[in-house]
Design a protein around this ligand. Structure first.
Ligand code: ATP
Ligand code: MG
Length: 239
Protein backbone atom coordinates (compact mmCIF):
# COMPACT_ATOMS: atom_id res chain seq x y z
CA UNK A 1 0.00 0.00 0.00
CA UNK A 2 2.94 2.30 -0.54
CA UNK A 3 2.56 5.68 -2.23
CA UNK A 4 -1.21 5.64 -2.22
CA UNK A 5 -2.94 8.99 -1.99
CA UNK A 6 -6.31 9.65 -0.34
CA UNK A 7 -9.49 11.47 -1.32
CA UNK A 8 -11.65 12.70 1.54
CA UNK A 9 -15.28 11.58 1.74
CA UNK A 10 -16.27 14.81 3.60
CA UNK A 11 -17.04 12.70 6.66
CA UNK A 12 -14.26 12.55 9.24
CA UNK A 13 -15.76 9.37 10.65
CA UNK A 14 -15.79 7.64 7.27
CA UNK A 15 -12.31 8.93 6.43
CA UNK A 16 -11.17 7.54 9.76
CA UNK A 17 -12.60 4.14 8.91
CA UNK A 18 -10.72 4.21 5.59
CA UNK A 19 -7.41 5.37 7.01
CA UNK A 20 -7.80 8.85 5.55
CA UNK A 21 -10.18 8.45 2.63
CA UNK A 22 -10.60 6.59 -0.65
CA UNK A 23 -7.17 5.57 -1.87
CA UNK A 24 -5.48 5.59 -5.24
CA UNK A 25 -4.10 2.37 -6.79
CA UNK A 26 -7.11 0.65 -5.28
CA UNK A 27 -10.63 -0.30 -6.28
CA UNK A 28 -13.19 0.56 -3.61
CA UNK A 29 -16.64 -1.01 -3.62
CA UNK A 30 -19.65 0.59 -1.95
CA UNK A 31 -22.38 -1.97 -1.45
CA UNK A 32 -25.74 -1.76 0.22
CA UNK A 33 -29.45 -1.66 -0.36
CA UNK A 34 -31.38 0.92 -2.44
CA UNK A 35 -31.20 4.43 -1.02
CA UNK A 36 -28.25 3.60 1.23
CA UNK A 37 -26.20 6.43 -0.27
CA UNK A 38 -23.84 4.76 -2.76
CA UNK A 39 -24.65 7.24 -5.53
CA UNK A 40 -24.44 10.23 -3.18
CA UNK A 41 -20.98 9.08 -2.08
CA UNK A 42 -19.94 8.81 -5.74
CA UNK A 43 -21.12 12.36 -6.42
CA UNK A 44 -19.26 13.64 -3.35
CA UNK A 45 -16.01 11.92 -4.32
CA UNK A 46 -16.16 13.18 -7.91
CA UNK A 47 -16.27 16.67 -6.40
CA UNK A 48 -13.72 16.06 -3.64
CA UNK A 49 -11.04 14.63 -5.95
CA UNK A 50 -10.87 18.17 -7.33
CA UNK A 51 -9.95 19.75 -4.01
CA UNK A 52 -6.35 20.74 -3.32
CA UNK A 53 -4.36 18.24 -1.23
CA UNK A 54 -4.56 20.41 1.89
CA UNK A 55 -8.36 20.03 1.72
CA UNK A 56 -8.29 16.31 1.08
CA UNK A 57 -8.28 16.18 -2.71
CA UNK A 58 -5.81 15.49 -5.50
CA UNK A 59 -6.37 18.57 -7.70
CA UNK A 60 -7.81 15.95 -10.02
CA UNK A 61 -10.67 15.19 -12.37
CA UNK A 62 -13.20 12.37 -12.34
CA UNK A 63 -14.74 9.99 -14.84
CA UNK A 64 -18.31 9.08 -13.87
CA UNK A 65 -19.74 6.05 -15.66
CA UNK A 66 -23.47 6.05 -14.96
CA UNK A 67 -25.30 2.81 -15.74
CA UNK A 68 -28.65 3.64 -14.13
CA UNK A 69 -29.24 7.25 -15.14
CA UNK A 70 -29.12 8.48 -11.55
CA UNK A 71 -26.33 11.04 -11.94
CA UNK A 72 -27.50 14.61 -11.21
CA UNK A 73 -25.52 17.73 -12.15
CA UNK A 74 -27.54 19.66 -9.53
CA UNK A 75 -25.98 17.52 -6.82
CA UNK A 76 -22.50 18.30 -8.17
CA UNK A 77 -23.42 21.98 -8.13
CA UNK A 78 -24.64 21.88 -4.53
CA UNK A 79 -21.75 19.75 -3.26
CA UNK A 80 -19.07 21.78 -5.03
CA UNK A 81 -20.42 25.09 -3.71
CA UNK A 82 -20.49 23.63 -0.26
CA UNK A 83 -16.80 22.64 -0.31
CA UNK A 84 -15.76 25.98 -1.81
CA UNK A 85 -15.26 24.99 -5.45
CA UNK A 86 -16.63 26.96 -8.38
CA UNK A 87 -19.58 24.83 -9.57
CA UNK A 88 -19.01 25.41 -13.29
CA UNK A 89 -15.37 24.42 -13.02
CA UNK A 90 -16.32 21.43 -10.89
CA UNK A 91 -18.84 20.24 -13.47
CA UNK A 92 -16.28 20.68 -16.27
CA UNK A 93 -13.84 18.48 -14.36
CA UNK A 94 -16.19 15.50 -14.48
CA UNK A 95 -16.27 13.35 -17.62
CA UNK A 96 -19.81 12.01 -17.58
CA UNK A 97 -20.51 8.81 -19.52
CA UNK A 98 -23.82 6.98 -19.69
CA UNK A 99 -23.47 3.24 -20.26
CA UNK A 100 -26.61 1.86 -21.90
CA UNK A 101 -25.81 -1.84 -21.53
CA UNK A 102 -23.07 -4.10 -20.22
CA UNK A 103 -21.18 -4.29 -23.53
CA UNK A 104 -21.19 -0.50 -23.69
CA UNK A 105 -20.05 -0.30 -20.06
CA UNK A 106 -17.16 -2.67 -20.78
CA UNK A 107 -16.22 -0.80 -23.97
CA UNK A 108 -16.13 2.52 -22.10
CA UNK A 109 -13.68 1.10 -19.58
CA UNK A 110 -11.59 -0.52 -22.32
CA UNK A 111 -11.27 2.86 -24.05
CA UNK A 112 -10.53 4.78 -20.87
CA UNK A 113 -6.76 4.35 -20.99
CA UNK A 114 -6.59 6.61 -24.03
CA UNK A 115 -8.49 9.39 -22.23
CA UNK A 116 -6.39 9.04 -19.07
CA UNK A 117 -3.16 9.30 -21.06
CA UNK A 118 -4.51 12.42 -22.75
CA UNK A 119 -5.70 13.91 -19.47
CA UNK A 120 -3.50 12.71 -16.59
CA UNK A 121 -5.46 14.93 -14.21
CA UNK A 122 -8.00 12.10 -14.05
CA UNK A 123 -7.55 10.66 -10.56
CA UNK A 124 -10.90 8.96 -10.04
CA UNK A 125 -12.98 6.55 -12.12
CA UNK A 126 -16.48 5.66 -10.89
CA UNK A 127 -18.83 2.95 -12.16
CA UNK A 128 -22.28 3.42 -10.60
CA UNK A 129 -23.61 0.72 -10.54
CA UNK A 130 -21.13 -1.86 -11.74
CA UNK A 131 -23.56 -4.78 -11.48
CA UNK A 132 -27.00 -3.60 -12.68
CA UNK A 133 -26.61 -4.22 -16.44
CA UNK A 134 -24.93 -7.57 -15.90
CA UNK A 135 -27.67 -8.74 -13.57
CA UNK A 136 -30.41 -7.61 -15.95
CA UNK A 137 -28.80 -9.12 -19.05
CA UNK A 138 -27.47 -12.35 -17.53
CA UNK A 139 -30.04 -13.26 -14.88
CA UNK A 140 -30.18 -16.33 -12.73
CA UNK A 141 -27.99 -19.32 -12.13
CA UNK A 142 -28.06 -20.45 -15.74
CA UNK A 143 -26.13 -17.31 -16.74
CA UNK A 144 -23.86 -17.23 -13.73
CA UNK A 145 -20.75 -18.46 -15.52
CA UNK A 146 -20.88 -15.97 -18.38
CA UNK A 147 -21.90 -13.15 -16.03
CA UNK A 148 -18.94 -13.87 -13.76
CA UNK A 149 -16.52 -14.14 -16.63
CA UNK A 150 -17.55 -10.77 -18.07
CA UNK A 151 -17.71 -9.07 -14.68
CA UNK A 152 -14.29 -10.38 -13.73
CA UNK A 153 -12.72 -9.08 -16.92
CA UNK A 154 -14.39 -5.69 -16.36
CA UNK A 155 -13.36 -5.49 -12.70
CA UNK A 156 -9.78 -6.47 -13.41
CA UNK A 157 -9.56 -3.74 -16.04
CA UNK A 158 -10.69 -1.25 -13.40
CA UNK A 159 -8.10 -2.55 -10.94
CA UNK A 160 -5.39 -2.33 -13.59
CA UNK A 161 -6.27 1.29 -14.43
CA UNK A 162 -6.02 2.17 -10.74
CA UNK A 163 -2.61 0.56 -10.43
CA UNK A 164 -1.15 1.80 -13.71
CA UNK A 165 -2.22 5.42 -13.41
CA UNK A 166 -2.20 5.92 -9.64
CA UNK A 167 -5.89 6.69 -9.53
CA UNK A 168 -8.82 5.58 -7.42
CA UNK A 169 -11.59 3.46 -8.87
CA UNK A 170 -14.98 3.21 -7.18
CA UNK A 171 -17.70 0.73 -8.00
CA UNK A 172 -21.16 0.44 -6.49
CA UNK A 173 -23.20 -2.68 -6.05
CA UNK A 174 -26.80 -2.84 -4.88
CA UNK A 175 -27.55 -5.72 -2.54
CA UNK A 176 -30.77 -6.56 -0.79
CA UNK A 177 -30.92 -5.83 2.92
CA UNK A 178 -30.69 -9.10 4.77
CA UNK A 179 -31.07 -9.48 8.49
CA UNK A 180 -28.06 -11.79 8.67
CA UNK A 181 -25.83 -9.55 6.62
CA UNK A 182 -23.65 -8.28 9.42
CA UNK A 183 -23.36 -11.74 10.94
CA UNK A 184 -22.99 -14.16 8.08
CA UNK A 185 -20.41 -13.90 5.33
CA UNK A 186 -21.42 -10.67 3.61
CA UNK A 187 -19.57 -11.53 0.44
CA UNK A 188 -22.12 -14.24 -0.21
CA UNK A 189 -24.82 -11.58 -0.36
CA UNK A 190 -23.11 -9.81 -3.20
CA UNK A 191 -24.46 -10.97 -6.54
CA UNK A 192 -23.63 -14.61 -5.86
CA UNK A 193 -19.90 -14.20 -5.15
CA UNK A 194 -19.51 -12.01 -8.20
CA UNK A 195 -16.98 -9.58 -6.77
CA UNK A 196 -15.37 -11.96 -4.36
CA UNK A 197 -12.02 -12.65 -5.96
CA UNK A 198 -11.19 -9.18 -7.15
CA UNK A 199 -8.77 -7.24 -4.97
CA UNK A 200 -9.95 -4.02 -3.38
CA UNK A 201 -11.67 -2.47 -0.40
CA UNK A 202 -15.32 -3.24 0.23
CA UNK A 203 -17.51 -0.89 2.22
CA UNK A 204 -20.96 -1.88 3.33
CA UNK A 205 -23.48 0.94 3.76
CA UNK A 206 -26.63 0.53 5.81
CA UNK A 207 -29.54 2.88 6.30
CA UNK A 208 -30.03 4.15 9.80
CA UNK A 209 -32.31 6.72 11.40
CA UNK A 210 -33.24 9.71 9.20
CA UNK A 211 -30.31 10.89 7.11
CA UNK A 212 -27.82 8.77 9.06
CA UNK A 213 -25.95 5.90 7.46
CA UNK A 214 -23.71 3.19 8.90
CA UNK A 215 -20.54 2.14 7.10
CA UNK A 216 -18.21 -0.71 7.78
CA UNK A 217 -15.22 -2.16 5.97
CA UNK A 218 -15.38 -5.80 4.98
CA UNK A 219 -12.36 -8.11 4.54
CA UNK A 220 -9.61 -5.51 4.87
CA UNK A 221 -6.97 -6.80 7.26
CA UNK A 222 -5.01 -3.54 7.12
CA UNK A 223 -7.99 -1.44 8.26
CA UNK A 224 -9.52 -1.40 11.74
CA UNK A 225 -12.76 -3.29 12.28
CA UNK A 226 -15.87 -1.47 13.32
CA UNK A 227 -18.68 0.71 12.11
CA UNK A 228 -19.02 4.45 11.75
CA UNK A 229 -22.01 6.72 11.30
CA UNK A 230 -22.17 9.44 8.67
CA UNK A 231 -24.95 11.57 7.21
CA UNK A 232 -26.27 12.51 3.78
CA UNK A 233 -27.41 16.13 3.70
CA UNK A 234 -28.43 18.69 1.12
CA UNK A 235 -24.76 19.79 1.12
CA UNK A 236 -23.54 16.24 0.61
CA UNK A 237 -21.83 13.61 2.74
CA UNK A 238 -21.12 14.85 6.27
CA UNK A 239 -20.56 13.60 9.79
P1 ATP B 1 -29.62 2.61 -5.30
O1 ATP B 1 -29.10 1.26 -4.93
O2 ATP B 1 -31.10 2.62 -5.48
O3 ATP B 1 -28.89 3.22 -6.45
P2 ATP B 1 -28.08 4.35 -3.58
O4 ATP B 1 -27.36 3.58 -2.55
O5 ATP B 1 -27.31 4.81 -4.76
O6 ATP B 1 -29.39 3.56 -4.01
P3 ATP B 1 -28.51 7.13 -3.16
O7 ATP B 1 -29.21 7.48 -4.41
O8 ATP B 1 -27.08 7.49 -3.07
O9 ATP B 1 -28.73 5.59 -2.84
O10 ATP B 1 -29.22 7.76 -1.90
C1 ATP B 1 -30.48 8.29 -1.97
C2 ATP B 1 -30.73 8.98 -0.66
O11 ATP B 1 -29.82 10.06 -0.51
C3 ATP B 1 -32.09 9.59 -0.56
O12 ATP B 1 -33.02 8.67 -0.08
C4 ATP B 1 -31.85 10.71 0.43
O13 ATP B 1 -31.89 10.17 1.74
C5 ATP B 1 -30.43 11.13 0.16
N1 ATP B 1 -30.40 12.32 -0.71
C6 ATP B 1 -30.38 12.36 -2.04
N2 ATP B 1 -30.41 13.63 -2.49
C7 ATP B 1 -30.44 14.40 -1.41
C8 ATP B 1 -30.49 15.81 -1.18
N3 ATP B 1 -30.54 16.66 -2.19
N4 ATP B 1 -30.52 16.25 0.08
C9 ATP B 1 -30.50 15.40 1.12
N5 ATP B 1 -30.45 14.07 0.98
C10 ATP B 1 -30.43 13.57 -0.25
MG1 MG C 1 -27.48 4.56 -6.77
Amino acid sequence: RMNTKKITTSSQALDGLLGGGIETRTMTEFFGEFGSGKTQLCHQLSVNVQLPPEKGGLNGKAVYIDTEGTFRWERIEAMSKSVGLDPDTAMNNIYYMRAINSDHQMAIVEDLQELIVKDPAIKLVIVDSVTSHFRAEYPGRENLAVRQQKMNKHLHQLVRLAEMYDLATIITNQVMARPDMFYGDPTVAVGGHTLYHVPGIRIQIKKSRGNKRIARVVDAPHLPEGEVVFAITEEGVRD
